[in-house]
Design a protein around this ligand. Structure first.
Ligand SMILES: [Fe+2]
Ligand SMILES: [Fe+2]
Length: 232
């Protein structure tokens, strides 16, 4: 028995209870804002850092897909009546996630961000795959393989970067600098928003459950690469 009946179209959403509509809007807005902000401050910037034509090519693809994720969620928002401005982050917008405050300065850092931050995004998107609002479920289905590609990009680029002792030192330093902001990516264990999402079958896991899953998965990946797991 589903937690909440499926809502199949924007038209059906317009007829759904106001608090369900508001919950769908909130999650769409959050994805639209953060995909755009991340693309601007990390992925587009990283094209200039990429050391070879091969990595520039793949970084362009990652940047294109992150902008594409914004466009996908922006369209979803538009069709349910969300204002354009509400989905466009402004300078010092409090709605952007704290991970994006990291001042990206080099290629090593970007590769580690793709390694650890895009896995966090994968876990968020996976939780929308059975979402009761079907257009949002479909957006998640389209987004997931691309986020998996970004995380793979992170693994492969970090593996290449750490082939030399010097490179390994840089990657470890980047990981130690970036990782501490990752657990907060999942939000508070007592989040009211998360409780509402679960009540409506929009999402299924608590923030704490997603965070625990993330920490187990990222630890394995980091250790398999031969980097030290320094997370407290
Ligand atoms: Fe994305
Ligand atoms: Fe991504």
């Amino acid at each position: 028995m589903p937690a909440y009946p499926e809502v199949k179209t924007p038209k059906a959403l317009a007829d759904a209870p106001a608090d369900y509509r508001r919950a769908v809007e909130k999650i769409v807005i959050s994805h639209a804002i953060n995909e755009l902000h991340g693309a601007r401050v990390f992925d587009e910037v990283a094209v200039a850092f990429a050391p070879t034509p091969y990595w520039k090519w793949l970084t362009c693809r990652v940047a294109m897909e992150e902008y594409g994720h914004h466009v996908r969620f922006f369209r979803l928002g538009k069709e349910i009546g969300v204002a354009d401005d509400a989905m466009m982050p402004q300078t010092s917008d409090k709605r952007t996630l704290s991970i994006f405050d990291f001042p990206l300065q080099n290629w090593d850092e970007f590769c580690v961000i793709k390694l650890v931050a895009d896995l966090a995004e994968i876990i968020q998107v996976e939780d929308l795959l059975e979402c009761s609002y079907v257009p949002l479920r479909n957006a998640a289905k389209a987004t997931l393989p691309e986020e998996k590609f970004h995380a793979k990009f992170g693994e492969q680029s970090v593996a290449e970067n750490i082939e030399t002792p010097e490179g390994k030192k840089h990657a470890q330093a980047a990981l130690d600098a970036i990782f501490p902001s990752m657990p907060a990516f999942f939000g508070s264990d007592q989040s009211k928003n998360n409780e509402t999402y679960r009540k409506f079958g929009i999402k299924f896991r608590t923030n704490g459950e997603m965070r625990a899953d993330y920490l187990a998965r990222v630890k394995r990946i980091v250790e398999d690469l031969g980097l030290a797991w320094a997370a407290a």
